[in-house]
Design a protein around this ligand. Structure first.
Ligand SMILES: [Zn+2]
Length: 133
């Protein structure tokens, strides 16, 4: 009976998983807050849940797949910016090297620390510049 009902329906994909998680998270958050904040999260939970239902039981599979694709594109960008942030912290922790930006092509260069003034040659554009390391 349920299987018949789900026939030709879209079902779950990455975007729906994300909607589900977002809805659950909003439900949890609304429990932690009171007053207007609680109301906002409860509303958000409802909105996410509605989207989830609409997408899961949709018959317009092509459109849903397109939505999922654009969601995955945005998601990979979000992941990339997060790895950019963690890369920044890794460079902060790195005490063995210094990081410079090439003055002409802006690519990042890593040089060993504590060698006084050194001449750096950019591996990309072969620009030479002096830096104190
Ligand atoms: Zn360069």
């Amino acid at each position: 009976m349920f299987r018949n009902f789900m026939m030709g329906r879209y079902g779950n994909d990455h975007l729906n998983m994300a909607l589900m998680i977002a809805s659950l998270a909003c439900g949890l958050l609304s429990m932690m807050f009171a007053g207007i904040t609680d109301l906002i999260f409860a509303l958000l939970q409802f909105v996410f849940l509605c989207f989830w239902l609409l997408r899961a039981f949709s018959r317009n599979i092509q459109k849903r797949q397109k939505e999922n694709m654009s969601f995955l594109r945005v998601w990979s960008k979000v992941k990339k910016s997060f790895s950019g942030v963690s890369g920044f912290f890794n460079r902060l922790k790195d005490r063995e090297h210094r990081y410079f930006k090439c003055p002409s092509c802006r690519s990042r260069l890593r040089v060993p620390k504590g060698r006084g003034n050194i001449m750096i040659t950019c591996p990309k554009c072969k620009t030479k510049f002096d830096k104190k390391s």
